[in-house]
Write a new protein. Sequence first.
Length: 248
Amino acid sequence: MNRLRRWRRLAALLLSLLLCLPLHLLWKLTGRHSPIPRLFLAMAARSVGARVRIAGAPIRHDVFYIANHVSWIDIFALAGATGCAFVSKDEIGALPVIGWLAAQNNTILIERSRRGSVGTQIETLRAAISSHQPVALFPEGTTGNGRELLPFKPALLAVLFPPPRAIRIQPVYIDYGARTDAIAWHSNEAGSSNLRRILSLPGTTEVTLHFLEPLHPGDHPDRKTIARQARESIERAQHAFATAKPSV
């Protein structure tokens, strides 16, 4: 049964891509921003069993989302709901197929392995957010257990001082409720194993995107303060929406 469920979800994911890709390529011929990547990512979330619910009031333009990171499903859910582009490690761009798909959603690739490259990274990010597409950052730098936040790395938030344009920062708490433990991708788990495990989960997984009170860069003196305020906001939401239900 688990194998059948995995293959059914993978087939739905492939079908979503086959439906969206020709439309996206045709749209790009017009020279305008394509809305198809957002549509594909929303369909991809449903294909793998996620059902996305929005809580709060998301800012749609001129926004920098800061979110906790639990699973690769976060990307499908958040981008499908908002059309955001992500800040990601540059090795993602080198992955076959995935790297190309990431580029279609204007993923901002940051080289983190080379020392002294923070200034270049910030300039890359500043250039990318000069358009009005929302941008999202997972400042933990990796996935956690979904129950406790890892430290937020503030370096890339220097792009907001001064901001490239009038922009707000909106913390987002990504909440898998009773399925948090089942969904969380721990650092010692192989990607292939995590993929099989999640695609084998029975039923559907509800993921709630809690869009929290926005922050204004001008109200904060530096990137460390922004990182701390965003982390505290998400941590409060974690406690407020914590569930005592067992993992499924």
